[in-house]
Design a protein around this ligand. Structure first.
Ligand SMILES: NC(=O)c1ccc[n+]([C@@H]2O[C@H](COP(=O)([O-])OP(=O)(O)OC[C@H]3O[C@@H](n4cnc5c(N)ncnc54)[C@H](OP(=O)(O)O)[C@@H]3O)[C@@H](O)[C@H]2O)c1
Length: 340
């Protein structure tokens, strides 16, 4: 089968930063399904893994963590899917990625694909939807289906227009929260408002002043999606006593968690790969979440966040998509597709 990979970290403009090669088509066993990939997206995790590759690898590394495709074979323990099913999923951090013609994935982290959207619109969604869903409804423990109980509760989303923020804003709005999201350019501000933010503040200015100017001294929840160290002091100042904070990014230098003690605010991490990485007992919950996302997309309650499409899936287009994500100015998602 055809695959796209790299053996060393080169500038993305270098034509050897990604190259095409052939490798054996895998055979599914156990809970694995084999998927013919028709569309895949690029996330910051792809650029991060590429950037952190030291030296020269002995064999090409295949990355890519979002797919829409067709099941072509299933392992002997598979119960959720059969050949011919259309699926979407984000995959596992430990396994080869979706930048290949065929891809093996555990059925427990896969959903049936939406039926009313185009392949590229579908491939834009799994990784960011799983991250946003788990952050809001598992780590922040917000109820996804009781808007009345969430009415009047405030959520600050730091980075509203990126891939995850564009889904989180929509899901939080559907859950009945008052959503304050951050964006800094006219186009990201407009996009964020169009995706359910009640108010938009500028993360290039002081977020404490910006949120206070809206009339909110503090907020009930904070979802951090950009740069935890940069925004930490603002987060500490803005969280309500007994409030809840979740971050999906990380910190380059230590965080002062003591700063939250007096407010007895909680802090949680979200890592979309945790369940598949550790094969946790609740790994199947990613299948369940993706089935809910499919329903919301087919019902039109959730909009695909696709903004840029490259076709076909090849090394040149993958380099172009990576260059966009590396620039850290993405609005929504960029997808590569073989099927329009
Ligand atoms: N833990 C997990 O499971 C998980 C999952 C997905 C992503 N992530 C991580 O989460 C982060 C966001 O991912 P993404 O795909 O949503 O990102 P993205 O699409 O690349 O985000 C791009 C956006 O970031 C905004 N931005 C740039 N600098 C900012 C700053 N200093 N403060 C706030 N916003 C800023 C920009 O808005 P303006 O142009 O308006 O400034 C731009 O629209 C990445 O670090 C990614 O690696 C983690």
């Amino acid at each position: 089968m055809r695959a796209i990979g790299f053996t060393q970290h080169l500038p993305i403009e270098d034509k050897n930063s990604f190259f095409e090669f052939f490798e054996p088509k895998p055979t599914p066993t156990g809970h694995d399904i084999l998927v013919q990939v028709q569309a895949t997206s690029v996330n910051p995790v792809d650029t991060g893994v590429r950037r952190s590759t030291a030296g020269v690898l002995p064999t090409p590394k295949v990355i890519g963590w979002d797919a829409y495709g067709t099941v072509t074979a299933v392992g002997d323990a598979v119960t959720l899917f059969q050949p011919g099913d259309r699926v979407f999923y984000a995959g596992s951090f430990k396994r080869p990625g979706t930048d290949s013609e065929y891809h093996l994935v555990d059925e427990r982290i896969v959903g049936h694909a939406p039926t009313r959207l185009k392949p590229a619109e579908i491939a834009a969604m799994p990784l960011t939807s799983l991250t946003a869903w788990e952050a809001l409804f598992e780590q922040l423990a917000i109820s996804p289906k009781d808007p009345a109980s969430n009415a009047g509760k405030t959520l600050l989303i730091i980075n509203g227009a990126g891939g995850v923020g564009s889904v989180a804003t929509q899901l939080a709005h559907l859950a009945g929260l008052t959503v304050i999201a951050t964006a800094s350019r006219p186009e990201t501000i407009a996009w964020t408002k169009a995706h359910g933010a009640d108010a938009v503040v500028n993360h290039r200015k002081n977020l404490v002043d910006e949120v206070h100017a809206l009339g909110y001294p503090t907020v009930d929840y904070i979802l951090e999606l950009s740069n935890l160290n940069q925004h930490w002091a603002e987060i500490v100042a803005l969280i309500k006593p007994s409030g809840h904070i979740v971050s999906i990014t990380g910190n380059d230098h230590p965080l002062d968690l003591r700063a939250l003690k007096q407010k007895r605010a909680t802090f949680a991490w979200e890592w979309m790969y945790t369940k598949s990485f550790y094969e946790t007992p609740d790994m199947l919950s990613q299948h369940v979440i993706l089935e809910k996302i499919r329903q919301l997309l087919d019902d039109g309650q959730l909009k695909s966040t696709l903004t840029k499409t490259f076709s076909p899936i090849n090394a040149a287009n993958l380099r172009a998509a990576h260059a966009l994500v590396e620039a850290n100015r993405m609005i929504g998602k960029v997808v590569l597709t073989n099927e329009n």
